[in-house]
Write a protein that binds this ligand. Structure first.
Ligand code: ZN
Length: 156
């Protein structure tokens, strides 16, 4: 894939995220366009343009992933959008793929305690062992590790 203008790439990503969020909102249950825009704003803390939402809903409907029915709210008539069976399945697939990507990203940034082997999600305790910076989950593991190494050295 050719690298394009950086801003353009970011815009593309953001718009993909917007679509992703719209899908999560639809996945929760039927909603009309206005509802989707409102919930999006609450959740993402960002405006989403109706000119993105409505054409996207139309595209989904064309592909048979979304259907709508008209319900009257007071005097007005509103289209309530809802995922079809196929649309729900597609969402589950996308969410799963996304969850996998996220967990890979988190896993690769995780440290593992050199003593007990537990995963360190946050913080941790770093100590130089034999001149090498080593990560532990806590000071106790660091000390135990040091003791163990000392004992091992005395034995040999
Ligand atoms: Zn530990």
């Amino acid at each position: 894939m050719a690298m394009r203008n950086k801003n353009e790439n970011i815009d593309e990503l953001v718009s993909d995220f917007s679509r992703f969020y719209i899908l999560t909102i639809l996945f929760e249950g039927p909603a009309h366009g206005y509802h989707i825009i409102n919930r999006f704003k609450k959740r993402v803390k960002k405006e989403v343009s109706p000119s993105l939402v409505y054409p996207f809903l139309k595209q989904l409907e064309k592909k048979g992933l979304v259907k709508h029915k008209v319900s009257s709210v007071g005097e007005k008539e509103r289209k309530v959008f809802e995922l079809t069976q196929e649309g729900s399945e597609l969402c589950i697939g996308i969410f799963k793929r996304f969850a996998d990507l996220v967990s890979i990203a988190i896993e690769s940034s995780l440290y593992v305690c050199a003593h007990c082997g537990c995963k360190i999600y946050e913080g941790g305790y770093r100590k130089a062992i034999d001149g090498k910076e080593t990560t532990f989950c806590c000071i106790h593991c660091a000390n135990s590790h040091k003791e163990t190494r000392k004992l091992a050295k005395n034995v040999t």
